[in-house]
Design a protein around this ligand. Structure first.
Ligand SMILES: [Zn+2]
Length: 275
């Protein structure tokens, strides 16, 4: 906005400079658009692409925290989510579920089960519109607020983390998140498990270069199916959890990672984390 104002001011005072003023505005728009289309970019505001370093006194060093966060999007799903919860329990793992608000309204018991079993629910908008990044300030704020209401009504919890549908954003998102006290989270790596039905390939994408601090993305809703017909996450998750155990990496919620980081002191929860 300031740049646009400055450009108009320049043209008013020095009309012959209009090509420079116009170029600056065009470049600004291109950078903002690129930042919004690139889910892991930090151009549009703080964005967790890794976990913050864990607290001093934790078994790992700050540079290599011994935990990852499994994040599971687009549920709750009546066929998949309870089986995902069972798999997580079997491996004593915790996860963060970025749920779609209207799906919570349809399946509130599943949302309650997620929280009762010590996982976390994040805000993934109310309707998961593919045109979310084209909404104006009011539309963005409404999608966020309605999802917060659905989460609160079903579970009594207030979500602390937000993920945009497909990770696509626009410059109106950051102010809305700040007002709602939500931290934007993208991911370190994802398996494209809504389109890839090969459990092997999804697992390979998630575990290649796996290290502490990673945020991994899987889906219980909109899940692709394996050749045997099951949701990909159900075949990937047991093997991923075994790989984490072999690498001595715990799976924790984002809230737990934030609590560790706050204990640590210098990392401000809303300042974002360098990738
Ligand atoms: Zn999604």
């Amino acid at each position: 906005m300031a740049l646009h104002g400055a450009a108009i001011g320049v043209v008013l005072v020095r009309p012959q400079w209009w090509p420079w003023a116009l170029s600056a505005v065009v470049v600004d728009q291109l950078v903002l658009t690129a930042g919004g289309l690139w889910p892991r970019s930090h151009l549009l505001g703080p964005n967790w692409t890794h976990l913050p370093p864990l607290a001093a006194g934790a078994p790992a060093t700050a540079a290599a925290p011994a935990a990852v966060a499994i994040t599971i999007d687009d549920g709750p799903d009546p066929e998949v989510t309870s089986r995902v919860l069972d798999l997580l329990d079997e491996h004593n793992a915790r996860a963060t579920f970025f749920c779609i608000g209207e799906r919570i309204d349809r399946h509130p018991a599943l949302a309650r089960a997620i929280v009762a079993r010590q996982h976390e629910i994040g805000n993934h908008t109310y309707r998961h519109l593919m045109r979310f990044s084209l909404l104006g300030p009011r539309g963005v704020a409404q999608e966020i607020a309605r999802a917060q209401e659905a989460i609160g009504a079903a579970t009594g919890e207030v979500a602390r983390f937000f993920r945009a549908p497909a990770g696509l954003r626009n410059p109106f998102l950051e102010p809305a998140l700040t007002r709602a006290n939500l931290q934007l989270v993208s991911w370190t790596r994802r398996g494209f498990d809504t389109v890839n039905g090969s459990a092997e390939r999804v697992l390979e994408s998630l575990t290649r270069h796996l290290r502490g601090g990673d945020i991994l993305l899987l889906h219980d809703g909109h899940a692709a199916r394996t050749p045997s017909g099951s949701a990909v996450i159900l075949e990937v998750l047991p093997r991923l959890l075994r790989a984490l155990a072999a690498a001595q990496l715990a799976s924790i919620t984002l809230r737990a990672a934030l609590a560790h980081a706050s204990d640590c002191g210098p990392v401000s929860p809303l300042s974002g984390v360098p990738s």
